[in-house]
Design a protein around this ligand. Structure first.
Ligand code: T4K
Length: 418
């Protein structure tokens, strides 16, 4: 995997050139936003348009649109090779892939998951009447904190679903040893972690299976798509059946199943996207390095750093805002950025345990989740991807610097606007 940083990084010199004028911030009501068009965090990476359109033409010529078509097979083979895993079962999205994997593993009763994740992780369990039991997060990694798992285990617990949040792998060793001790099944929601490694091994090889997302907002995308990776032959057969209504040949259903199939046009996008993977990672990395320099030394603004020892996809730019040091809280900073058309997001605020139906089921869950409660209120995610240029990142850093350096004025202006 390339570690090259594009020549555009030379624009880094501008990053710390000095904060913009306070009055130039759109939040003060004066002037235009820094960006005339919204700068989204999830702007899709495109890959080679010509190649994609050629593939679409071939799909039309073949008149084979879905149901385990040749491009789906090719996509699965490419992922198997890239991840070094025995089986990849492509699906229509990661949520359905999670549901199928959970069902194929025969999880039931209660399953331990982090509260700090996208709601799909919890819903994939609840949808099947399995109770998600929320564990706290590790303050450094943002992943499930293994030491909080054991006290949540009851006689009804059947498994653990870890989530590699922002593509940083969970402490799989600690999770596995807890699971072994209590005879629990482990699988991972690896929606963010495609192309990442842990201790030299690619994500996709941990637990009994792992689920990737290839949603439009992910660094590799199929428009909508997902996949389960597993080294377990039996599980792979079962999931393939479940993905296609349980059909084992014409007119022969041998299993309860659903429709989890990936279409050919989605697989075409996936293949085109995979071919651009190195370029996309390089763009993400270039943006990450620009943010790193641009946000350096700002009180209370901590960019979550990626280690460069392992393979990383650099697809999320995650910042923790410590109000006690920045004199500005996360919500205020997001408001400042949004006024400039920088659509920063508060993922995964307020945590699954504070969303329905879980909030009603477990109104006091937050008491057991001190780190999730604290950090979900501090984290914001900033735009990156191929559609975000170095000069855009420089401008975003400049907005943040201006806001933090004038925190009191921003704070009182926003307070008056409430
Ligand atoms: N597990 C985890 C840990 C996940 O993070 C996710 C999904 C899943 C499971 C489930 O995977 P899938 O079933 O989706 O494959 C977005 C994505 O929709 C979601 O896939 C992703 N995680 C989550 C982190 O982000 P929203 O609700 O924030 O989406 P939305 O519509 O607000 O879009 C995000 C930003 O991207 C917006 O600023 C608009 C922009 N955007 C979006 C799309 C779709 C574009 O510029 N172009 C586009 O085509 O969930």
């Amino acid at each position: 995997m390339s570690n090259l940083i594009s020549p555009q990084t030379t624009a880094l010199a501008d990053v710390n050139a000095g904060a913009a004028e306070l009055s130039s911030l759109a939040v003060f009501g004066g002037g235009k936003p820094a960006f005339s068009e919204p700068l989204h965090i999830g702007r899709p990476n495109l890959g080679n348009r010509e190649v994609m359109l050629r593939r679409v033409n071939e799909i039309f010529d073949r008149r084979w649109f879905t149901n385990d078509g040749p491009l789906v097979k090719e996509f699965e083979a490419r992922i198997q090779e890239l991840v070094g895993v025995k089986h990849c079962i492509a699906m229509c999205n990661a949520t359905i892939a999670l549901e199928i994997a959970i069902r194929a593993l025969e999880l039931c009763g209660e399953v331990i998951v982090p509260a700090y994740t996208f709601i799909a992780t919890a819903h994939a369990l609840q949808w099947q009447e399995i109770t998600p039991v929320f564990a706290d997060m590790h303050p450094e990694t943002h992943n499930i904190a293994p030491e909080t798992i054991e006290r949540l285990i009851t006689p009804r617990t059947t498994g653990i679903v870890g989530v590699h949040v922002w593509g940083r792998p969970c402490d799989t060793e600690a999770i596995q040893s807890i699971a072994r001790k209590h005879k629990l099944k482990v699988m991972y929601d690896a929606a963010h972690a495609f192309g990442c490694s842990h201790r030299g091994r690619m994500i996709g090889n941990f637990g009994l299976c792992e689920v990737f997302s290839f949603h439009a907002t992910k660094f590799i995308n199929c428009f909508e798509g997902g996949a389960v990776a597993t080294n377990d032959d039996e599980l792979a057969v079962k999931m393939r059946l479940m993905r296609n209504f349980g059909f084992a040949g014409y007119d022969k259903v041998i299993y309860p199943g659903t429709n989890g199939k990936l279409t050919e046009v989605c697989a075409a996008m996936g293949l085109t996207s995979l071919e651009a993977m190195e370029e996309i990672i390089a763009a993400n990395r270039r943006n990450y390095e620009t943010y790193r320099v641009g946000l350096q030394g700002l009180p209370g603004i901590a960019l979550k750093e990626y280690d460069s020892i392992e393979r990383r996809n650099y697809q999320y730019i995650v910042v923790e805002v410590d109000e006690t040091k920045a004199a500005l809280n996360r919500d205020e900073l997001v408001a400042v950025l949004q006024a400039e058309n920088v659509l920063a997001r508060k993922y995964f605020w307020p945590g699954c345990h504070r969303m329905e139906p879980y909030r009603s089921y477990f109104p006091n869950a937050g008491l057991l989740l001190p780190q999730t409660e604290r950090l979900a209120a501090r984290i914001m995610v900033l735009p990156t991807g191929q559609a975000v240029l170095v000069e855009n990142v420089v401008a975003i850093c400049d907005i943040i610097r201006t806001a933090v350096e004038n925190a009191e004025a921003v704070h009182s202006t926003l307070f008056k606007q409430k």
